[in-house]
Design a protein around this ligand. Structure first.
Ligand code: ADP
Length: 160
């Protein structure tokens, strides 16, 4: 998968609290309104194995069993977003982990009160995004298409 320039991709997961609280449309709309391009989307229940892989960096933390239980409490929505510097941009829109302290205007800042139930996951670097997108989406799941609004989201030089 191409992760260069306009084709940079990132993974967003709408967590069970986002699903249960009816925030799927609102969250998706925030990314759409920013000018990002949705290139992959699906709903699935996360199994133990994929969850351990995805959260390998926190798997030995005392809070991990609670997080794993929460993440399996409902299906989640997986989205792949594309755009210039999209990984960084989506992390900013997401806000910091501890939602109570997340900046107002960010998704976590506006919609969550918990460090665990913080509505969405977003890849934290381009390298991580490559691994995470490939973990949840096959090449065929990712849709390549022209987004006409790009004419007004980026200037010519940014689109080259
Ligand atoms: P982020 O999702 O902001 O990249 P981390 O990768 O550090 O944060 O943690 C992954 C997820 O684990 C968090 O989004 C959150 O749901 C949960 N988590 C992190 N730290 C804690 C904690 N101290 N207590 C409970 N859950 C936590």
């Amino acid at each position: 998968m191409d992760f260069t320039g306009l084709k940079e991709k990132t993974l967003v997961i709408i967590k069970p609290d986002g699903i249960q609280r009816g925030l799927v449309g609102t969250i998706t709309q925030r990314f759409e309104h920013k000018g990002l391009k949705l290139v992959g989307m699906k709903m699935m229940r996360l199994g133990e194995k994929i969850l351990k892989e995805h959260y390998a960096h926190i798997a030995d933390k005392p809070f991990f069993p609670g997080v794993a239980h929460f993440m399996q409490s409902t299906p989640v929505i997986l989205m792949c977003w594309e755009g210039l510097d999209v990984v960084n941009t989506v992390r900013k829109i997401t806000g910091i982990t501890k939602a109570r302290e997340a900046e107002a205007g960010s998704i976590r800042g506006d919609f969550a009160m918990s460090v665990a139930c913080n509505v969405i996951h977003a890849s934290d670097s381009v390298e991580t995004a490559k691994t995470e997108v490939a973990r949840f989406f096959s090449e065929e799941d990712i849709c390549d298409y022209d987004k006409t609004e790009y004419m007004h989201v980026y200037i010519d030089e940014e689109r080259e």
